[in-house]
Design a protein. Structure first.
Length: 166
């Protein structure tokens, strides 16, 4: 097993998902980039016509791709781990897991959010999972992160956390 969430083999994975930006969110940044390129073209007529369009459209595509590269994964090696992006957590430190529904998401990310919590929020994903930690050496009280499959992930984390801690 390698030490990166993006390079593990599929045989190790029990759950894996990429938090990509859905296709229906792509037109807005592309239209904004085209309008910005048109403004630059009108403001600097000495530039080649195509240059601002190429620069801003490529930049919009690159930013949208980068926003959707976060991966959620649970591996099943000798010491199972939860990976959220580049951060990882051994499953033996999981005390409890809660599913945060769409209607409770605003409360969980607002008044209920602990400033010391590890948070990965993607606004285009409606549901989240909150994982409470039981690690005396870690000041982080819980992880809260977006996922498209919260019930399946919560069940997997609860079962593995119980099995590996006892």
């Amino acid at each position: 097993m390698t030490n990166n969430a993006h390079t593990r083999t599929k045989a190790d994975l029990r759950h894996s998902e990429r938090l990509f930006v859905p296709l229906w969110h792509w037109p807005l940044p592309l239209i904004a980039a085209a309008l910005l390129a048109a403004q630059v073209h009108y403001g600097y007529p000495s530039l080649p016509v195509w240059l601002p369009y190429v620069v801003f459209l490529v930049l919009a595509v690159a930013v949208t791709l980068v926003l959707g590269r976060t991966r959620i994964a649970v591996n099943g090696t000798d010491e199972p781990r939860l990976w959220v992006g580049d951060a990882n957590l051994p499953l033996r430190y999981i005390a409890a897991v809660d599913v945060v529904s769409h209607k409770d998401k605003r409360q969980a990310l607002g008044p209920e959010l602990d400033p010391a919590a590890f948070c990965v929020h993607k606004p285009w994903i409606r549901t989240m999972v909150r994982v409470y930690l039981d690690d005396p050496e870690d000041p982080t009280p819980y992880w809260i992160f977006s996922t498209r499959h919260p019930e399946r992930l919560a069940t997997l984390l609860s079962n593995d956390g119980d099995d590996t801690s006892r």
